[in-house]
Structures are given as C-alpha cells and as structure tokens.
Design a binder for this molecule. Structure first.
Ligand SMILES: Cc1cc2nc3c(=O)[nH]c(=O)nc-3n(C[C@H](O)[C@H](O)[C@H](O)COP(=O)(O)OP(=O)(O)OC[C@H]3O[C@@H](n4cnc5c(N)ncnc54)[C@H](O)[C@@H]3O)c2cc1C
Length: 394
C-alpha cells in the first residue's frame, strides 16, 4: 500500500516508543510475541496487523500440524543428508510438543485438536515405492511410521483409487484460527507489555537515530528492533525477501458435514494435494496449485475455476462419502514459500535490527510456534539450527 500525504493521519501524533515491533498477526507473529514476552515480560512489544489477527494464511489453512517439509522424507535426505533431515523432522516434532504444553493442553476439544497422525497417499506404484523407501529410512532413524496397503486406505480413510500410503504416527490437526486466538489469550492472561494493533497496515519502515520507525496511516512506532512475521508479504516491505520468499496461493473447498469416517488427515500426489475431515464432519480439500503455477504466484486471494473444479473432481474420484455433500465454502490464501523449502528465522544478514520468521512453505502450523522460540534464542545470542537461520543467505 502507498499512502498519500492526505491519507497519512499519523503526523503530529505521538510516536509510540517500543522495544520491539512485530509486523504480522498470524501464527508467526503471535508465536514471536508469546516467546518474547515469556523471555522478558518487561519488554514493550507492539504487534501490528493489516487486517484482523489470523486473516492471512493462518486463518485460511487446512489445520494439519505435520512434520517435515513439502516433499517426501527420502528427498529431504537426498537434499540435506541424513543428519540434517532428522534435525528438520525433529524441529517440527518439538513444535507440536511445545504447542501441546504451552497452548493446547486442557483445551483439546474446544480447539478441535486431534493427535491421530497423518497419511501420505500414493496414486501410482512409483510414488508408493518412494513412500516405502521413505518409511524404511525413517524407521532406521527411530521415526514412527506405518505402511498402509490399498485395502487399509479404503477401510481406515474411506478413500478410493490410491494404491498405498504411509502413516506418520506423530502428526496432528487443529482449528487453526481458534489455536491462534488461544495464543493471544495466553499472552493477554500474563502480566506483560504486549499490545495488539489490528487494522493497521505498515506502509513504510524508516531509520531515525539508530532506531527503526514503523509507519501506519494512524500510528507511528519507534523501536530498535523490527520483526517481520509477514509471510509471503515480506517482499512488499523489505527488498531482502525479494529473491528468497515467494507469495504462493493455495486453494481449498469445504463441504457440509457428513458422518465421520476418516482416521486422520491425508496428503496425496507428492504432498501437493490434501484432505481431511474435521471433528465436526465437514470435509476440507485443498491443493492443485500445480495446475496453474503462473497464476498461483502473487498476492491475489481469489479462487480460480480451474483449481476449484480440480478439487471437486478429486472429491468425486477419491472420497465417495462426500460425493453428494454440498460444497459450502471456497477460499484461497497466500503462503510464503522459501527459495530452499526451509523456514527462515533470525536477523537479516543485511540488517541486524531486522528479524524475520517465515518461509514456512505450506507448513507454518508445523513450524511457526517453535520458530517463535528460536527467534527469541537468536535475539538473545543463543545458538539456533543452521538449516533455519536467515544467515544461510549471506
Ligand atoms: C490454503 C492453505 C492451506 C494451508 N494448509 C496448511 C496446513 O494444513 N498446515 C500447515 O502447517 N500450513 C498450512 N498452510 C500454510 C500456513 O497457513 C502458513 O505457513 C502459516 O499460516 C504462516 O503463518 P504466518 O504467520 O507466517 O503468515 P500469515 O498468517 O499470512 O500472517 C502474516 C500476516 O502479516 C500481515 N501483513 C502483511 N503485510 C503487512 C503489513 N504491511 N502491515 C501489517 N500487517 C501485514 C498479513 O495481513 C497477515 O495476517 C496453508 C496455507 C494455505 C493458504
């Protein structure tokens, strides 16, 4: 957004002096605020969000809390080697452990949280062979997985036209927006100096006397540290992100509720497509951005006929229990894909006063809460994992 001299109503108003300004009110921004206030409740922190908290990808996703990344584990090993692949997996296991301990415990049913694992399903013999290979590498590392044959997929997941799959035993699912609101409640319950500014879009970040000046139309903040929790929107605010974080659209449809029949959430087609039945019975199906790769890059959060039609066809081909169910919602959201598929956390190598947590590449629920803790570690000069540090782009 650009702001004209006429629109700017922050002039002549008091500048709000803070220790940290966090830009972005999704799971990344809230996780950063949570861990920073826990580290030092006297820190004056403002969290500034363009719309309402959760209106970005966090309130539009499918609610899978899964480990790993956007590809099968054998590919992660090929790219990173066994030790780092295991470290990447462990990073998201810790994410779920922290979410359960700090946020979810005692609120499981209200947050529609289920810890029933997730599945990766193959529609071809080649993909099934790759999944079996992944499973054997993972078992060798002590990661719990189960191989499922075609009949098991039908009986346990009610899904047809898949040749086999594997189950990741440790994964979970949740209502993502309720979980976000729960993080906010937890922050607000404790005595600290965190303030939320919703419906405030940051349009400029400037320098003044060694501090950063963060400008919105109505309020100006001044702080030594700015945290970008802006997901795919990072490149709109800072040039560092231009060749590292790419805004990528994801689309979903949801049906009316039907009687529950699925054991757990599923990915298909090399983690590109996904579906799950909510505890309340609705079916949520997403993916197919591979059909319109050029269109699915950018900031428009409209839906497209081609992808919505593909989602409907998927439903008809694979999930008989919802073939006749009415489609009640269609939506899209913008994700931040990183250039190497791994998240980015810490100070920007080009500016030690600017921090970032993002680039979750379609897996923010499985990564962001732990990343808020790691961001805090990085700010307080504690070591953070090499695969995640923004310094890898130096
Ligand atoms: C369709 C879809 C399905 C998905 N499914 C899953 C899933 O099942 N599991 C999973 O783990 N992940 C999933 N994801 C990805 C997941 O939603 C994201 O990784 C995660 O929400 C990222 O969180 P975030 O806080 O970084 O970003 P966001 O939630 O997008 O938050 C960034 C915020 O920054 C704000 N902002 C941007 N610019 C400015 C500005 N100038 N001033 C102020 N505020 C600004 C935005 O308004 C936004 O609210 C999915 C995403 C989509 C779109």
């Amino acid at each position: 957004m650009s702001v004209s001299i006429w629109m700017d109503q922050s002039k002549n108003k008091e500048v709000i002096e803070q220790d940290i300004v966090i830009i972005g009110g999704g799971i990344a921004g809230l996780s950063a605020a949570y861990w920073l206030q826990k580290e030092d409740p006297t820190m004056r922190i403002s969290l500034v969000e363009k719309y309402e908290l959760g209106d970005g990808a966090t309130g539009r996703n499918a609610g899978f809390i899964t480990c790993g990344s956007v590809e099968h584990f054998n590919r992660l090993v090929e790219k990173h080697g066994e030790d780092e692949a295991k470290e990447i997996w462990r990073y998201s296991e810790i994410n779920l452990e922290l979410l359960k301990e700090e946020i979810i415990q005692g609120r499981e049913s209200e947050l529609l949280f289920e810890h029933k694992g997730s599945f990766s399903l193959a529609s071809t013999a080649e993909e099934f062979a790759e999944l079996k290979n992944s499973a054997s590498i993972m078992e060798g590392m002590g990661i719990k997985v189960d191989i499922i044959e075609e009949a098991g997929i039908k009986s346990r997941l009610g899904a047809e036209n898949f040749v086999g799959g594997i189950k990741y035993i440790g994964d979970a699912s949740v209502h993502p927006l309720l979980m976000l609101q729960e993080i906010r409640k937890k922050i607000e319950k404790t005595k600290n100096e965190v303030k939320f500014y919703e419906n405030h879009e940051v349009f400029a970040i400037e320098e003044s006397g060694g501090d950063k000046v963060v400008r919105t139309k109505h309020v100006t903040f001044k702080a030594p540290i700015v945290v970008f929790a802006t997901n795919g929107y990072g490149p709109q605010l800072h040039p560092f992100f231009e060749d590292k974080i790419f805004p990528t659209r994801g689309q979903i449809l949801a049906t009316e509720p039907v009687e529950r029949f699925m054991e757990g959430p599923c990915y298909a087609n090399f983690v590109l497509d996904y579906f799950r039945q909510l505890p309340t019975g609705e079916m949520v199906i997403g993916g197919f951005r591979q059909l319109q790769k050029d269109v699915e890059i950018g900031y428009s959060d409209e839906t497209s006929d081609i992808i919505q039609k593909a989602l409907e066809e998927f439903l008809h081909q694979h999930i008989p229990a919802v073939r006749k169910a009415k489609i009640t919602h269609r939506w899209s959201g913008i994700m931040g894909f990183s250039v190497d598929g791994q998240p980015m956390v810490g100070a920007l190598p080009t500016d030690p006063q600017c921090f970032f947590l993002g680039g979750f590449t379609a897996h923010g629920l499985g990564l962001a809460f732990h990343s808020g803790k790691v961001l805090t570690d990085s700010m307080f000069d504690r070591k953070i994992p090499d695969f995640i540090t923004a310094k890898r782009f130096q």
